[in-house]
Write a protein that binds this ligand. Structure first.
Ligand code: C2E
Ligand code: MG
Ligand code: MG
Length: 448
């Protein structure tokens, strides 16, 4: 930061503190993050970068109504004070949303094409803090904007209340950390079936928290918070370690798939940590599939791509999870960094009588880059038929089996035929069959 920028930032803080000391509560502070603004400079040069900067600054002034009410922390980070008589969530969300939309509008007349700078906004009202001052307001705006950017660009988040947010999150973090130490977080396994012959070729490890008072807790209850706080790395490696240990006891050479949050992908040490978690060679990388979702979580895309390339070089299969449900890692897919594409259930199970054309196109796309395809979330015989018709390689879903604890999965593998397989034709023929073929709560043979 230049001296000039530093002194502007100091003045901005001083004005905020004065307003607060005077008892004013008719404003909110928004933190505006401009998505990959540095790249625009890299691509188009400083002249274009400066011109865009001027336009964006003018937009901020237009929204705030006063150039003294904005400050820049860096090229891509601005703070702005907005008039806000109302401190309720809806009103603040609307303010933030309007700001985000205005900032993200395409900019024309600078280059041949229009340029849009995606923006993320975190907003806070002084009433949300017990003793607001410029520092904790700016911290709270930062917390909100980080929270917003978890879900990608063009998002907003409102900082709620300090005790509530921090209290809740740190409490969850603390108990999750001790649960990890106590071995309460462990993988359950859901089989993956080769559709051509029903062979069980692997299983996905899915985190479950054996909570002492709540019972078995599903990942949706703790993974998003863990991603936000960064504890997800501990969760992912703990699951990987246990999954690798368990998988080394399975008969045959089944693969094990683990989920690694994309929030971890830009960690330059990730590959080494994953290799270490494989327990000194008990399981070789060719038996491990690394599933990744939501690219927007990776702050540094180039680093994420290089981690994917490292995984491939070590012999892991990287799998693009939930493909079709959100942001796709198209560039990495095209570069051949994914050896597997998991097609989201929303594509497999069309509503409103859509044809299978989209599913078929996704399968073709995956095959064109040499990736095998897994149809996720197969629940019905009709979905299984569609997966087969469109040439998906593998299937996973309640129709075959639900996720089950490690000891039950082992029983599943040993029940019936060895190597384990699922009667695909039988499932297709069975008109009644709409539920789980294997319910962990009631062990029975796979072909039953
Ligand atoms: P995912 O990786 O896409 O995993 C598949 C999810 O679909 C699992 O939910 C699974 O139980 C569920 N599922 C399987 N078959 C069917 C079906 O036929 N129908 C429907 N409707 N759902 C089916 P689960 O176990 O609740 O996990 C949810 C998500 O949490 C996972 O989605 C994954 O993104 C995340 N997750 C799970 N374990 C971990 C982990 O160790 N680390 C990280 N970072 N994320 C994890
Ligand atoms: Mg997965
Ligand atoms: Mg998935």
């Amino acid at each position: 930061m230049s001296d000039e920028a530093r002194s502007a930032a100091r003045e901005f803080r001083a004005r905020l503190d004065q307003a607060l000391a005077a008892g004013r509560r008719d404003f909110a502070v928004a933190r505006v993050e401009l998505d990959r603004f540095e790249r625009i400079r890299d691509w188009h040069g400083d002249a274009v970068g400066d011109a865009i900067d001027v336009t964006l600054t003018a937009r901020l002034v237009e929204v705030s109504g006063d150039p003294d009410l904005i400050t820049r922390e860096s090229d891509s980070l601005r703070l702005v004070v907005l008039t806000a008589d109302d401190s309720d969530h809806e009103a603040l969300a609307l303010l933030a949303w309007r700001l985000m939309e205005r900032m993200s509008e395409p900019i024309t007349g600078i280059t041949d094409d229009s340029i849009a700078v995606g923006t993320t906004v975190g907003i806070v009202h002084p009433d949300s803090l017990s003793e607001p001052d410029s520092t904790n307001l700016m911290n709270a705006a930062t917390v909100a904007s980080h929270r917003a950017s978890i879900h990608g660009s063009r998002r907003i988040a409102v900082f709620e209340d300090l005790s509530g947010l921090f209290g809740h999150v740190s409490e969850l973090d603390r108990s999750l950390l001790s649960a990890l130490d106590d071995g309460q977080v462990r993988p359950w396994f859901q089989p993956q079936v080769r559709l051509s012959d029903g062979a069980v070729v692997g299983a996905e490890a899915l985190a479950r928290w054996d909570h002492p008072t709540l019972g078995v807790v599903a990942p949706s209850a703790f993974v998003p918070e863990a991603e936000w706080s960064g504890i997800i790395q501990r969760v992912d490696l703990a699951i990987l370690e246990q999954a690798a240990l368990t998988a080394s006891t399975w008969p045959g050479d089944l693969q094990v798939a683990v989920n690694i949050s994309a929030a971890n992908l830009d960690n330059p040490h990730l590959t080494q940590r994953v290799l270490a978690a494989l327990n000194e060679g008990a399981l070789t990388p060719d038996r491990v599939v690394i599933e990744v979702t939501e690219t927007s979580l990776a702050q540094d895309r180039r680093a994420a791509m290089s981690t994917l390339a490292e995984f491939r070089a070590w012999g892991f299969t990287a799998s693009l999870d939930d493909f079709g449900a959100g942001h796709a890692f198209f560039d990495a897919l095209r570069d051949g960094l994914f050896g597997e594409v998991k097609i989201d259930r929303s594509i497999l199970s069309p509503h409103r009588g859509e044809s299978s054309a989209f599913l078929a196109a996704v399968v073709d796309l995956a095959k064109s880059v040499g990736a095998r395809t897994v149809a996720e979330g197969i629940e019905t015989a009709a979905e299984l038929q569609r997966a087969l018709d469109t040439g998906c390689d593998l299937g996973q879903g309640y129709l075959f089996a639900r996720p089950m604890p490690p000891e039950v999965f082992l029983e599943f593998l040993r029940a019936g035929d060895v190597p384990a397989h699922v009667d695909v034709q039988g499932l297709l023929d069975s008109v009644q069959q709409q539920g789980a073929a294997w319910d962990y709560s009631r062990p029975r043979s796979a072909s039953e």
